[in-house]
Design a protein around this ligand. Structure first.
Ligand code: ATP
Length: 452
């Protein structure tokens, strides 16, 4: 028990002793108990019984009034107390509150912070609490004696730390750029438009532009879905965070849901960012009624959908999936994602670009390479197949006295792989059928005429 004003300890009581001693205070006039960080003691039957007794006294005894506030970062509700407890989730500061905090900080320290800096920081601070914001402002101020736009870097660093400590989301390091994608021109065009919004987000929001929500990319394995997720973050110049639903699954009742809640809160705290959910059909398997789904997954899915619907933070979701038939139909409805894209096996144009990209990346592009022969021979290959062929051929050329790479080397390496079209023959046919009838854009542009 502590003095409310000075926080100085008054009695070294256990929670049980405190409640037992004070439970009748409710008769002396309106009484408030504030129990801080007591979640570990909420498994003690004696404590539970006392809390229940106080709650019931409010209902059944005349002139008794006592309210208990349990303040904690962890939600623990004993079943016996479920009917007596109301949960208040304390919201994080909204934009106006953050703005006010920055301005107050400036006044307190006798400095001027430019309005555009206030706006930029307000956006980056979203998702952090008052204490964290103050810490970063202090750090920035101590560092340079003022608060400038570049201080947003400190926010990012702080947010990275928060992500790492929580262990629920993964911060992905990547170096992929949009130019590393061969083909998928429709997708790239669409992303380039959205990049313009993220480049000047505050201005766009003030103008009335909606914050882009995200995309779902479905298609064959090895055709550039993960590559596109990474390149999107590169193009938008935002951190890339991966949400792995499997990682959220806990052993205890309610643990997975609590993890999901925390993970989504963290993702919002990281905004603006790109949130990548790989193999979304596996993450939420069985939701659409093909069996395999369980109650927990269904609840997690519900939580995720609600968050998607209600989020006002700049979290751009890139969801990727191989199997369209296993994606919960709720995701495919208009309005959930900004756009759905399907990636198919690369066409001629795209195979040329992909081969070139991977050869150039390894400085092995030379004018003797007969690209048209390669285009013809590689029909049915995925981007990953083409990359594997290039890598193998370069290795061969190196082992064979580090000689110049030839078309024949590449054709020989091609012979060693089974192109995806052949490997997944039946699956591809059934996926094609499932794509028909869906309102889904092709990531690739129609093929242009070959120039020789
Ligand atoms: P999976 O469903 O198996 O995860 P995916 O569609 O996500 O497959 P990626 O991981 O993006 O496939 O592709 C694997 C590799 O293949 C990439 O790292 C890249 O090197 C190469 N690749 C695939 N598609 C392309 C492309 N369009 N342009 C350039 N490289 C590509």
């Amino acid at each position: 028990m502590v003095d409310f004003t000075t926080k100085a300890p008054l009695q070294q009581w256990s929670l049980e002793e405190l409640l037992a001693y004070n439970r009748d205070c409710g008769f002396n006039g309106e009484t408030f108990f504030i129990l801080k960080d007591v979640h570990e003691q909420l498994t003690n039957p004696a404590v539970i019984a006392l809390l229940r007794r106080i709650a019931e006294d409010n209902l059944y005894r005349d002139n008794y009034s006592a309210t208990i506030f349990i303040v904690s970062s962890v939600v623990v509700i004993p079943t016996e107390l479920e009917n007596f407890i109301t949960i208040f989730d304390l919201p994080l500061p909204d934009s106006d509150e953050v703005r006010a905090q920055i301005r107050q900080f400036a006044i307190d320290n006798g400095i001027t912070v430019e309005e555009n800096v206030v706006e930029k920081l307000t956006l980056s601070f979203k998702g952090l609490n008052e204490f964290q914001i103050r810490q970063i402002l202090n750090l920035a101020y101590q560092d340079g004696g003022d608060i400038v736009a570049d201080d947003a870097v400190l926010v990012l660093r702080e947010k990275e730390q928060i992500i790492k400590k929580a262990g629920l989301l993964e911060l992905i390091n990547f170096k992929e750029r949009i130019e590393d994608i061969g083909g998928l021109e429709n997708l790239k065009e669409w992303l380039n438009r959205k990049a313009k919004i993220f480049a000047q987000l505050e201005k766009a929001i003030a103008f009335g532009v909606d914050i882009p929500k995200g995309i779902l990319i479905v298609g064959y394995p090895g055709c550039g879905k993960s590559l596109s997720a990474k390149a999107t973050a590169g193009l938008f110049k935002l951190p890339l965070i991966r949400l792995d639903v499997g990682r959220l699954m806990g052993k205890y009742v309610g643990e997975s849901e609590s993890n999901m809640r925390k993970a989504l809160k963290l993702a919002s705290a990281m905004s603006p960012c790109v949130l990548w959910i790989d193999e979304i059909e596996k993450a939420f398997a069985g939701i659409s009624g093909d069996g395999g789904g369980n109650e927990v997954t269904t609840r997690l899915f519900g939580q995720f959908l609600t968050w998607m619907q209600e989020k006002d933070s700049a979290v751009f979701i890139v969801a990727t999936a191989n199997d369209i038939s296993r994606i919960p139909t709720e995701f495919l409805r208009k309005g959930r994602f900004d756009e759905l894209f399907k990636v198919e096996l690369p066409n001629e144009d795209e195979r040329r670009k992909i081969i070139e990209i991977h050869l150039k990346k390894r400085h092995k592009w030379n004018k003797h390479i007969d690209i048209f022969r390669l285009i013809d021979e590689t029909k049915g290959c995925s981007g990953a197949d083409l990359e594997a062929v290039v890598k193998d051929a370069i290795e061969e050329a190196f082992i064979d006295n580090e000689r110049t790479l030839t078309t024949d080397d590449l054709i020989k390496s091609l012979g060693k792989i089974t192109p995806i079209e052949k490997a997944l023959k039946d699956k591809i046919k059934s996926m094609e059928e499932k794509f028909n009838g869906l309102d889904i854009q092709k990531a690739s542009k129609a093929e242009s005429k070959r120039k020789s």
